[in-house]
Design a protein around this ligand. Structure first.
Ligand code: NDP
Length: 340
């Protein structure tokens, strides 16, 4: 059993990481932005006592010293998993872009600094980075991405659009984490997980579908759409199921071979048209809302190609097994159809 600090337990992915950590017998304290969010998490895990699951409030991860008290626990932490970071494409003005980037970067370096200064018992830190920190739009789409790839985005490019701002926030945050380890030589090791699009059951508390996390927005659009609504463009043809990604965090924390490594964690290619096709096959009640006239198979897109990838490291070192797209689609739809 490992005592783990998990950041952002109210988020889509972190909620699954929490489940996976608890299922593996670890004890978890998760950071949340408010007592209400923390209480919601405790209320949905009544089977666990405070010694096994608790929360601590970190209102804004970007504030200096935000994690200084959160990293200290009566029963000292041995590991930390950092998932809290903004994921949206709403940063349009230079001020908003600056804030998005500094929140991602300062949130990541903030927890590393906090651990180094106040939590010497922490030996392992896992950070949830992204394929966004790997993708290089200057390369052919079919380039075979691996753990050696880095997004070459510059600070100047980050200010050109909201998607670029997000890509930069993840790239700069992950770079800052590796730079910290190199220059500060802390007594913990670092592992980064770099997933592409993440789909699967929504288990965190949602007030309405308007606040669904960014990657699952396309499911809401499809389920509320009509055949004449165009299929949302796929953009990034790689995915992973959120349950597999959650397990990857736990395996990264448990396996010594994962120390000081990056992992591209992906099940492989997919397209939004395939998601629509699966929904139509599995849910007759939604079939007549799915877009028509789109290429349905990845192989039917030779003109643009799809993102190349090599996920062997995650399979060989972490022992990952990946769910197929159909399971992820069923997971999302089952979890949100009652809220439509
Ligand atoms: P969510 O929006 O569901 O989760 C984001 C989490 O970060 C929430 O817990 C949120 O808190 C917290 N957070 C954001 N800003 C702050 C802040 N300033 N201070 C404190 N907490 C903050 O997104 P996901 O779960 O999908 O994403 C989580 C991470 O995974 C992000 O870093 C994202 O970049 C990365 N990722 C996601 C992918 C995906 O497809 N979903 C793909 C690849 C990477 P609150 O709930 O209170 O808002």
């Amino acid at each position: 059993m490992t005592r783990v600090l998990l950041t952002g337990g109210s988020g889509f992915i972190a909620a699954h990481v929490l489940e996976s950590l608890l299922a593996h017998g670890h004890s978890v304290v998760t950071t949340v932005r408010s007592a209400q969010k923390g209480q919601q998490i405790l209320d949905s895990h009544k089977q666990y006592g405070k010694g096994k699951l608790d929360f601590v409030i970190v209102e804004d991860i970007s504030k200096p010293g935000a994690f200084d008290s959160a990293v200290v626990s009566d029963s000292p932490f041995e590991a930390a998993v950092h998932c809290a970071s903004p994921y949206h494409f709403n940063a349009k003005t230079p001020e908003e872009i600056h804030q998005l980037i500094t929140t991602a970067v300062d949130g990541t370096t903030g927890i590393l600094k906090g651990i180094k200064s106040h939590a010497p018992t922490v030996k392992r830190v896992i950070i949830l980075s992204s394929y966004a920190a790997m993708v290089d739009y200057g390369k052919q789409m079919t380039h075979v991405y691996t753990e050696v790839d880095w997004n070459p985005i510059t600070n100047e490019q980050a200010y050109q659009s909201a998607p670029f701002a997000y890509l930069a926030s993840k790239t700069f945050a992950e770079k800052a984490a590796w730079d910290f380890v190199k220059s500060e030589k802390p007594s913990f090791t670092l592992t980064s997980l770099n997933p592409p699009m993440v789909y699967g059951p929504v288990i965190h508390s949602l007030s309405s579908l308007d606040s669904i996390n960014t990657s699952n927005v396309r499911f809401v659009s499809l389920l509320k759409g009509s055949p004449s609504t165009p299929c949302p463009p796929t953009v990034n043809y790689l995915f992973i199921d959120v349950r597999d990604l959650a397990l990857a965090h736990v395996l990264a924390l448990e396996k010594p071979e994962a120390e000081n490594q990056r992992f591209l964690v992906t099940a492989g290619n997919y397209s939004n048209a395939e998601i629509a096709q699966i929904i139509g096959e599995e849910y007759p009640e939604f079939k007549d809302r799915m877009p028509v006239g789109e290429a349905l198979k990845l192989g039917e897109r030779p003109a643009t190609g799809v993102n190349g990838y090599d996920n062997r490291k995650s399979i060989e070192v972490l022992g990952m097994k990946y769910r197929p797209l159909r399971e992820s689609v069923l997971g999302v739809v089952e979890s949100i159809k009652g809220m439509l």
